[in-house]
Design a protein around this ligand. Sequence first.
Ligand SMILES: [Zn+2]
Length: 103
Amino acid sequence: MPKKTRPGHSAEVARQELKDVVGCMSCGLPMKRTQREVASELADLCPSCVDKSGHLKSYDEVFEGLVTKHYMKKESMSRSEAEKVARQRMSELPAWKDAETST
Ligand SMILES: [Zn+2]
């Protein structure tokens, strides 16, 4: 008896996981979310963009986090380069688009 393996299984799981990876609408970074988060207001924001009570942090806080924790640390950018990229990126995201243009 050949052992039954399911080669398609892991690909299917991977695809389902992929479906749950969305970009945060505040910082634009890909994130994974749980079904519970999907059903809540936090669905489109990653944990680093909200405070303890679940509210979106200020532009400056999100900006600072994106610059130091993402671009400088993970992408090894210089401070000035990271600020430039982060500002550009945030200007295109839903959470800040309106705030930027309405003023
Ligand atoms: Zn975020």
